[in-house]
Design a protein around this ligand. Structure first.
Ligand code: DLL
Length: 435
């Protein structure tokens, strides 16, 4: 039998949900207009005032927000509450310019954790469960989000954070963890390590996993399910909209239900910005209608997917999104970290290299690898092998500082990276991330 965290909302009739969204949107637009001069200016430029927004039917009149706006307004420019009312930030990795900093009031945190609680319950979680959270804690939203959701449900929560895999398995066995929360690639690695340590699924009590924060395929799902003896559920979200829990999978596993009482979803044509009808593939746009501190209106996620309102056997009426099928920008997700090629380029140029480089991403044994080939100038090339190795190490350190992940850097001879006559091919992504 399907369990719900908030049946009234999760199974609400479409008419009632629309009414709720209408009311909340009107209120939210006014809140933003009154408190965020940055967005108010954007509305004025488009000739829209709060009076023009009477219901969700008017949503398309509002201007979009993009990552570029977040960058312009960094750090406090989109804050809609006085700092005195804010209690937390979370953030993505990246240099200042690319970093997203999201703000929360206590109320925002409560609602966010509530969204995550829905995901935990949809994966079969109850207060009888032992929930091991191995998403990163700290600035990343994964750990704190699932931690909060697991607490709300009343699971015994293990705030493990990621890493130290043998210890993860020891805790999992000693405490009898039943639910695992982490990125799908880390789940696969935990499975591998479990078997390498000589254990089988009979030695653990896991029954479900809640995995997200990066793309993963149905094949990978089946592999993880087999190696850990569980049912694996997908969860989606982004820092800008709180973090995980914007949408989550139910037992039917044909897409993720969006928490529409908090987020209005639209699909647009990424080139023209035109809103597309249900069932079309396009860029996902979210309007957060309950957030107090960091309420983004029509935020372009750059994630490409499809929305569907087909009846779901789980009984939920919340709209479903497919797994993201790609991005409309050049962001890569490597080991769960958001990486823009331009961040790497900036480091190379700062360190005196010409912008002749190629980034190679692959997935080996379910772990992402990042190799960066960088061309030396003729001058650099005349250095000794020892000098070149030292330079490679310097680059590795500089990139690790910026991205938070360790790449392999290969300095190559001048003129060995193919020149392009059109757009340079900077990134070769060999992972098969989408079905
Ligand atoms: O990854 C939030 C999160 C944490 C989601 C834990 C799920 C679990 P960001 O670091 O801001 O936030 O990255 C957001 O990650 O725009 C997608 O491109 C991608 N992403 C997130 N969840 C999924 C998923 C967190 N289930 C970006 N499948 C998003 C595919 C995902 N991609």
């Amino acid at each position: 039998m399907e369990n719900y965290w908030n049946k009234e909302i999760e199974c609400m009739s479409r008419e009632d949900m629309k009414k709720l969204q209408d009311e909340r949107l009107v209120k939210q637009v006014k809140h933003v207009w009154d408190n965020v001069p940055y967005y108010r200016k954007k509305m004025e430029e488009k000739g829209v005032t709060p009076d023009d927004i009477k219901s969700t039917d008017d949503l398309h009149k509002l201007p979009f927000l993009t990552k570029a706006d977040l960058r312009d307004a960094y750090p406090y420019g989109l804050l809609a509450k006085p700092l005195a009312d804010c209690v937390r930030i979370q953030s993505t990795s990246g240099t200042t310019g690319k970093r997203v900093v999201a703000f929360y009031t206590q109320h925002d945190i409560d609602l966010w954790e509530d969204c995550c609680a829905r995901a935990v319950v949809a994966a079969g979680g109850t207060n009888e469960d032992v929930c091991q959270v191995c998403y990163g804690y700290g600035l990343f939203t994964g750990g704190p989000g699932l931690n909060g959701g697991s607490h709300k449900v009343g699971c015994l929560t293990l705030p493990m954070s990621s890493g130290n895999t043998e210890r993860q398995i020891q805790f999992m066995r000693d405490l009898g963890s039943t639910i695992l929360c982490c990125t799908p690639s880390y789940a696969a690695y935990i499975g591998e390590t479990l078997h390498e340590m000589g254990y089988t699924t009979d030695d653990i009590k896991l029954k479900a996993g809640i995995f997200g924060a990066e793309p993963w395929t149905e094949e990978m799902r089946r592999e993880i399910e087999k190696s850990l003896g569980i049912k694996a559920y997908d969860i989606y979200g982004l820092t800008e909209t709180s973090g995980p829990g914007v949408s989550f999978e139910c037992s039917e596993q044909t897409g993720m239900h969006i928490n529409e009482d908090h987020f209005i979803a639209e699909i647009i044509d990424p080139d023209t910005g035109e809103v597309l009808p249900e069932g079309s593939k396009g860029e996902l746009v979210f309007t957060s209608i309950t957030k107090e501190a960091f309420p983004l209106l029509r935020y372009r996620t750059r994630d490409i997917c499809v929305l569907t309102r087909k009846k779901c056997s789980c009984g939920r009426t919340l709209v479903k999104m497919t797994k993201p099928m790609g991005r409309s920008d050049d962001m890569l997700i490597i080991r769960g970290v958001n990486v823009f090629p331009s961040q790497i380029e900036t480091v190379l140029i700062e360190q005196g290299y010409a912008p002749n480089y190629q980034i190679e991403v692959d997935r080996v044994n379910n772990t992402d690898t990042l190799d960066i080939n960088v061309e030396m100038t003729a001058e650099q090339f005349s250095d000794t092998v020892k000098d070149i190795q030292l330079k490679e190490r310097e680059l590795v350190d500089a990139i690790r500082t910026i991205l938070g992940i360790t790449p392999k850097v290969h300095l190559v001879s001048p003129k060995t990276i193919a020149r392009s006559e059109g757009k340079a091919v900077r990134v070769i992504d060999k992972r098969k991330l989408h079905d």
